[in-house]
Design a protein around this ligand. Sequence first.
Ligand code: ZN
Length: 417
Amino acid sequence: MASAGIVNIRRDVDDKFYRYRMPLLTTKIEGKGNGIKTVIPNMSDVARALSRPPTYTTKFFGCELGAQTSFDERNDRYIVNGAHDANRLRELLDIFIDKFVLCKACKNPETELVILKVGRSEDIIRDCKACGERTGVDMRHKLTTFIVKNPPVKSKKSKKGGAGGGAADGVGGNGVSPVHNGGEHAEGEGTPDGAESDDELSRRIKAEAAELNDDAALAKEDWSADTSPEAVRARQALEAGVASLVLGGADDDASDEDVNSPYSQLGRWIGENKDDDTKAFSIAVYKKAGELGIEKKHKTVFVVVQALFDADIVAQIPKYTALLAKMVTSEKHQKALLGGVERLVGISHPEMIANAGVPKILMALYQADVLDEEVITQWGTHVSKKYVDKDTSKRVRKASEPFLKWLEEADDDEEDE
Ligand SMILES: [Zn+2]
């Protein structure tokens, strides 16, 4: 039916002016008998429109059809063994797009796959450039194993920080270059363009990881701020050219809030250096704060919360409990912690208020033992414009009511006993 041409990435969207388009996938049957196979001549064009390596889509077809796949990236050949109907593959591509491309929150295709290490396993996240949400993919799907083994190559300017721009410019190779070495059934090895920059990037990551691993020897209790000059230099180098983190304009003592203030520097540094090894990274953050001379300041907590956490804060808090416990040392610090949460949910991720995220965040912090009941109650019943504007402050407090109520009831129960 559909002739070759251009289609909407979301084929369920019947809108001629839909921005996100891709070539219609085409197929060609080659060989016969046992050797019959389906070649996808425009696989790499389609994949490029999706900002995914063509190996992912091909492998996905293989997973879904229970068929062997092979890729020869140099010659741009992507093959699924057996004879498969083009329409069937297009339907599967729709499923791939739904599972591995579209943001789960806003259904926009401008996402980047990010692999996060969680303990000994990995999580694959769709990082949405359109709405900023990070949504996970179904890790039970077989393709996830392949993705973890052949991680997407990050484009250089895909760093977080939300400094506008960042969003993919529609169709283009942004965010992804071909996966090297096509995986187990590769027909040959390609030397994709951009190999050089990939090498450079991985060298940087390796160097930094080695450094953090040295630090990880202190995984126990070494939170001291002394770092070797090399380590400091390496980190400073990484700091160059980072997007700036906008800090609390509503803060009363914002006088020192220029981009060079130690707080801004720390915020940027965290945004730029975020590492999946949350344990080592916690230590690195604390050391960085120490280098800047602000590891004991309450305002540091305010900055760390905003720089470290995103819409996944509820899941992230347990990973950073030790760091929070180390930094939140007084009532004032607890209030700064709540201030950071207020800004995060009130300004950066207002959807969390609608999604009942605030009580969950408070619960996670309460369970992490970094917030006292009295402080939360006091905070929850007093609107303040120290960290955000008054309206936002009100909205966040309103959203926190279920948790405050729970606290109160838990209290009553104790008294009853
Ligand atoms: Zn989104």
